[in-house]
Design a protein around this ligand. Structure first.
Ligand SMILES: O=C(O)CCC(=O)C(=O)O
Ligand SMILES: [Fe+2]
Length: 339
């Protein structure tokens, strides 16, 4: 087969390239923002290359997590996830798409948030609090490596916020005041080497859309992620050196449905363990989420009532996690809308 006009050798274009473009962050911001806009109007999934996060750090954080998930079960359960969404979630505990699953997701995970000390004035807010770290004698470098990675992906998230704002015809710093006390969750995941059987309702992760604003996902070399596009699930293969970025329900709501939060799932072939690390990047708890000026007008009225970033997330958790209810957290401040 000869080379195709676009430079690819025909027949070797990976699945999903049309649906999930690669955006090079080393080009000008204006050029990158135009590509981000096109991707957000499409599936809301794109890869970013030349993103500035050190590959050696990425390798370290994956290695630390492999070591964590190899620990004996009772050791992992010492830091079971608490009411602030911080800690260990055991294998099969979560079921992301209950109506289509016959058992829980074949994965286990950890949640870390932005560190909020118990005596901080933020500690009364739902989803805010101290992290639970693996024991230092078991994994002496875990916390340092994770916190370093957490800072690196936060910086990348802040860069992406500028591009998103430009893509919405807003000033590049439009979202920055809403990220002074952001809700950030890093979620290292381990998928068991157990073959998914969609027809039997067995999945690595059941189909879902992400709840928040932006997700920055790193995966290992094992495929599994699929997105719903054109009436079918399409593979989003691993691309070394990139992050997969996708939009969540909060941004879809904020943009009045213009930017898309797409359904996705994880289907694994069972030949190996699979590791991935999503990072969920959400605005301050009290940020008002109401139709952005560039997304509604007389011909296009707002489709959703205003909410807040925190309330939106609590409502979403209450839909899918039996243990959550939107107002059940002890000491929760009343959630009010400004203006
Ligand atoms: O592991 C993956 O590739 C995707 C995980 C995911 O979609 C999620 O945790 O929300
Ligand atoms: Fe997801």
């Amino acid at each position: 087969m000869g080379p195709a006009p676009n430079g690819h050798v025909m027949g070797t274009v990976p699945h999903g390239e049309k649906e999930v473009p690669v955006i090079d962050l080393s080009q000008s911001e204006v050029a990158a923002a135009a590509q981000v806009r096109a991707a957000c109007l499409g599936t809301g999934f794109f890869y970013v290359a030349n993103h500035g996060v050190d590959e050696a750090l990425v390798e370290n954080v994956f290695q630390e997590n492999k070591d964590f998930f190899t620990l004996p079960e009772p050791e992992k359960r010492r830091i079971l996830a608490d009411e602030n969404n911080r800690g260990y979630t055991p294998m099969s505990e979560e079921t992301l798409d209950a109506p289509h699953q016959t058992e829980g997701d074949t994965k286990e995970g950890l949640y870390f948030g932005r560190e909020v000390l118990p005596d901080s004035e933020e500690a009364h807010m739902p989803l805010h609090g101290p992290n639970q770290w693996p024991a230092q004698d078991a994994l002496p470098h875990y916390r340092h490596v994770t916190e370093t990675y957490f800072r690196a992906v936060t910086a990348l998230g802040m860069r992406l916020l500028r591009l998103l704002a430009l893509a919405l015809d807003l000033p590049p710093e439009h979202f920055h005041p809403m990220f002074t006390r952001p809700m950030l969750f890093l979620r290292p995941l381990h998928y068991a080497p157990r073959r998914s059987h969609p027809e039997q309702g067995i999945f690595g992760a059941g189909a879902h859309s992400d709840y928040g604003m932006l997700t920055l996902l790193k995966t290992d070399e094992h495929p599994g992620l699929q997105i719903w596009s054109g009436g079918k699930f399409v593979d989003v293969p691993p691309r070394p050196g990139t992050f997969i970025v996708n939009l969540g329900d909060m941004l879809e709501r904020w943009t009045n449905g213009r930017f898309k939060s797409t359904l996705h799932r994880v289907v694994v072939d069972g030949s190996a363990d699979r590791y991935s690390i999503p990072f969920f990047f959400e605005p301050n708890f009290d940020t008002v989420v109401e139709c952005l000026p560039s997304c509604c007008g007389p011909d296009n009225p707002a489709r959703y009532p205003p909410t807040t970033s925190g309330q939106h997330l609590l409502d979403k958790y209450a839909e899918t996690h039996a243990g959550y209810s939107a107002d059940a957290t002890p000491g929760a401040a009343p959630i009010t809308l400004e203006g």
